[in-house]
Design a protein around this ligand. Structure first.
Ligand code: CP
Length: 310
C-alpha cells in the first residue's frame, strides 16, 4: 500500500488496509525499541512540535519519545506558559509556530475539530492528539495494536467499553478502529452517558454492566470526563462506582483469558479497583508501550520516511 495522507485527523475515513499499514509500520518500529540503542536516523533534520492546549501525560510524552527515537527535533508547546494567556488565538499561535518550519504539528485541544481546522490553515502535517469529545486517532490505533498483540485478531472478539461513552474521544476513534476490524462492540454506562442512539454505530448499547462484561474478551474501562461534563449525569460517584465500576466479581463473568484495558488516566476506586488495575489480566501499561511504536509509525509515515525504517 502507498501512504498518501498528509494529516491524521481521525479514523472515521481510515480503511482497514490503512490501519493495517500503520500497524505493520508500528511492528517495525517496535523492533527498534528492543535494541540497546533505541534510535534510528529516519527523521533526522525533521521537526515535530507538540502543540498541547489540554493536559496530557501519556500522549505528549509518547509523541516526544517517538519523535526522538526517530531522530527528529521535538519541541513541546504548553498553552499555560505560552502567549495564548495574553490573548493570542489558536490560529495565530499555529501560524507563528508554522513560520519556524516544523514538519509535523501534533495538536491537542478541547474543541472538537480544532486539529482539522488547523490542517486547513497550515502547510505542514497535522496529527490530532485529541480534540474535545470527537476523536483521538493515535489512541484508537494503539488500542487496536494492543489487542492484536494480546489476542492475535480483532474480528469476532466481544469488546465491552464501559464508562462515560458520550464524552469520550477514545470511543470516538475506537468505534472506527475496532469496529471496522470486525469486533463485536458493547457500550455500557449510565443511560445519560450511553444513549441508545449510539447503536447507529453498529455497537450494542446496554446499561447493565453484567450483560456488557459477560463472556467478553476485552473489557475497556473509561474514566468520567469531568472536564467535559459539568452537569450531574448520575446521582453520586459512589452510585456510579457501584453500578459501573469493575471489580473482581464482575470481571469473573468475562472469558477466562479476558484482558482489561484503560486509556488512562485511571481514577482508581471509581471505574477500576486497585486490584484489577494492577492484576495479570491488565494490559494498561502495554497500551502505553504500544503507543510509542504507533506514534513512531505515524510520524514516520507523515514526515516522509520510506517503509524501511533502518
Ligand atoms: N490516553 C491519553 O490520552 O492520556 P493523556 O491524556 O495522559 O495523554
Amino acid at each position: 500500500m502507498e501512504w498518501r495522507r498528509r494529516h491524521v485527523l481521525g479514523l472515521s475515513d481510515f480503511s482497514p488496509e490503512e490501519m493495517e499499514f500503520v500497524i505493520d509500520t508500528a511492528r517495525s518500529m517496535e523492533e527498534v525499541l528492543t535494541r540497546d540503542i533505541k534510535k534510528v536516523p529516519a527523521l533526522r533534520g525533521k521537526t515535530v512540535v507538540n502543540l498541547f492546549f489540554e493536559s496530557s501525560t501519556r500522549t505528549r510524552t509518547s509523541f516526544e519519545i517517538a519523535g526522538k527515537r526517530l531522530s527528529a527535533d521535538v519541541v513541546n508547546f504548553t498553552s499555560s506558559s505560552s502567549s495564548t494567556t495574553k490573548g493570542e488565538t489558536l490560529l495565530d499561535t499555529a501560524r507563528n509556530i508554522e513560520s519556524m518550519k516544523p514538519n509535523v504539528l501534533v495538536v491537542r485541544h478541547s474543541a472538537s475539530g480544532a486539529a482539522r481546522f488547523l490542517s486547513q490553515h497550515v502547510g505542514c502535517s497535522v496529527i490530532n492528539a485529541g480534540d474535545g469529545a470527537n476523536e483521538h486517532p493515535s489512541q484508537g490505533l494503539l488500542d487496536l495494536y494492543t489487542i492484536l498483540k494480546a489476542k492475535g485478531k480483532i474480528a469476532g472478539l466481544k469488546i465491552a467499553i464501559v464508562g462515560d461513552i458520550l464524552h469520550s474521544r477514545v470511543v470516538g476513534s475506537d468505534l472506527h478502529s475496532l469496529g471496522r476490524m470486525g469486533a463485536k462492540l458493547w457500550l455500557c454506562g449510565p443511560a445519560t452517558m450511553v444513549p441508545k442512539a449510539l447503536e447507529k454505530t453498529g455497537a450494542r448499547v446496554t446499561w447493565n454492566m453484567r450483560e456488557a462484561v459477560k463472556d467478553a474478551d476485552v473489557v475497556m474501562m473509561l474514566r468520567i470526563q469531568s472536564e467535559r461534563t459539568k452537569s450531574p449525569w448520575f446521582p453520586s460517584i459512589r452510585e456510579y462506582s457501584r453500578n459501573f465500576g469493575l471489580n473482581r466479581a464482575l470481571f469473573s463473568l468475562a472469558k477466562d483469558d479476558a484482558i482489561i484495558m484503560h486509556p488512562g488516566p485511571i481514577n482508581r476506586g471509581v471505574e477500576l479497583s486497585d486490584e484489577l488495575a494492577d492484576c495479570a489480566s491488565s494490559v494498561v501499561l502495554d497500551q502505553v508501550a504500544s503507543g510509542v511504536a504507533v506514534r513512531m509509525a505515524l510520524l514516520y509515515l507523515l514526515a516522509g520516511g520510506s517503509h524501511a525504517a533502518h
